[in-house]
Design a protein around this ligand. Sequence first.
Ligand code: BGC
Length: 804
Amino acid sequence: MTAAADHLRPLLEKLTLEQKAALVQGADFWTTVPLPEIGLRAMTLSDGPAGVRGPRWDEREPSLNLPSGSALAASWDAGLAYRYGAAAAAEARAKNVDVVLGPTINLHRSPLGGRHFECFSEDPQLSGELAAAYVAGMQDGGVAACPKHYVANDSETDRFTVDVRVDDRALRELYLAPFERAVTDAHAWTIMSSYNSVDGVTMTENDLLETPLNTDWGFDGVVISDWTAVRSLDAVAAAQDLAMPGPAPAWAELADAVRDGRVQEADLDRKVLRLLLLAERVGALGDSAPAATDEIDGPAFAREAAVAGTVLLRNDGTLPLNPASLRSVAVIGQNARDARTQGGGSATVVPAHVVSPLDGLSAALPGVEVSYELGALVQEGVAEIPLAQLQNPVTGEPGLRVRFLDAEGTELFAEDRRSTALVWFGGDAPIEASRTVIFETRFTPDESGTIELGFAGANHGRLYVDDGLVLDDSPVIEGTDLGAAFLNPPSLTTAVAVEAGVARTVRVEFSREAAGALAGALSATVGIAPERTPDAELIARAAHAAASADVAVVVVGTNSRVESEGYDRTSLDLPGAQDELVRAVAATGTPTVVVVNAGSPVVLPWADEVAAVVQGYFGGQEFGHAIADILTGAQEPGGRLPTTWPAALADVPVTDVTPQDGVLRYTEGIHIGYRAWLKDDAPPAFPFGHGLGYTMWSWDDARREGGEVAVTVTNTGARSGKQVVQVYAERPGSAIERPERWLVGFATVRVDAGASATVSIGLPERRLAHWSGEHWSVEAGTYTLRIGSSVAELPLSLAWEVSE
Ligand code: BGC
């Protein structure tokens, strides 16, 4: 390091040892230490990556909720990924955020990985190209991106301690590769080091932070630790630059350690210089100013991105629907009404509104009778109480009053909120000093009956209804991941009889024993668990509605107990009785379109029995409009699978996410995803790259010209459409072990009906290279390039001779 920061040395020299030691640790949860003496303001870091939450997790400061990572990757569109980064940068700037903690570019090694929804794909080329585009779009907007989590953080079980054993070749060719592109192509200004170990050394102390990141790739930015991942002063000698959040207990003695020679001052100085350079880049130092950003229509972009990332898996011709000839549509499924637009955990943002598929279809089909049935329960635990049913007892406005009391019962702070599901993770409330936190509201239900009222959190709660104590208990936390308990806490409920229109005072007193790393954070929800209607009754009602409709749209999906940060999945099945529901609806004979609302693959055992299957992922806040656009044919589904879709968990080649004695071995080496499926010669339900559109294509010609492949396709159908041209390489007879076929390039193209288009895809020789143990090496000989619309549908091919 690094000529780029040389001009900042005079500033470094002005700093005392204490100032330097403070600067390499956060000031708090989300900000860095300001040093006004040298013109350095605090920099604010914020989670994303599917939008930007901002330093407060607060419904009063909402954020644009973009489709999750797997949906973005399903677009296979680097131009869209660039605009996605730019849209997030615009959000960040509006919230005074300097660094967005994303994109998440660990790989889909196993579909069980809990943060699969947040990560892009199973392929390093696809993930890397989109990561570079996202980073460029964001940084051109003056905001630092922070690709994460470096590296081999591909599952969640024991994520703080797991020691991943992965051979060098797999590490370089697969897991490091997306980070390499983000650094070498897009010059990422920061990278996040992960919690886990690789080959026995925790990542914040691991040599991989120096090589390849700094030495081979020329990274000149800041390595930011994952939250609390810095464990000791050994991380100072490693290329770990900023410990977050701060002040970091493990670095409390940093200045002393320099004084007594345990730590080299030069190591500290290097970090400080990098931080100053970052500050200059984002406009936090002296007169430096961040790049200007364009105005972006966030909701319009979110809708476009959701359309681009939605995959039509199967269609018997029922889609697109013809709104002109439709009289009635039966919309069915809990996720149709309570859509999941994002996955759970630190990636959560709080959107101003969410458009459910039911909302979207109702808006898109005026004059059509749109009915709704729940069909099957998906939600587990309590969900927040609708704002319209709440009155703040102090202000009289919609919402609730939240009060923070110390051990003596003295009120330290109070605030008026508009959601009963609240998280404090930084912000104004004195969480650490509070011993009791009280939620109070006047709740007026809109239906009479018995509800399951309760709360969720990691703390003991006392629930009072009209001053009567009805629940007094502590939710049981499963597992050891405090983060998971915090981000997705367990619930407790009790049956309460209510009458429509009659207000009840609801008060929950949470008592806190503040301790540990999350002492300054709190997550608590007061809410209602779903009614306990028998499955058979819900399904019968749904089938009845479907039977008399022209078409049934069933939205199936996962819930936050299944897909979230902090734990892995144990099954790929849809929760609850959703499979029975789909079968019962399809059995009515009404054409049945199934929309899947999940961030990762789920098993669809009835896929052949329904008219169409649309994978909508976690489609962001405009999800419902995007689904309506696609079902009505206003737009074409733009997505292609970024991950192989299995028919059953038992078929999946790589599933192991559970460490044995603390160690998780990537024994499959370079064979993950479609590479592994090809090796096993096993057919998945839907192959990598697969996705249908509403038109037809001919694949006309492919030529290699210079460092590119030019591919010509013709849209032979009756409407304009999108094609994703995918180029794979094969090397039959190779002297080294290789995947049977691997993705080397791709491009999206939009073509009008009857027209042809030629796309050029850059193909540097490096795409053929393997990691020899020491360096990249391209084996001489003949490679075959195979070109088409998925890893299994490759009508064009050509040879590529590589000489010695
Ligand atoms: C997650 C990161 C996140 C950080 C801050 C960690 O637990 O792994 O992805 O950026 O928390 O919320």
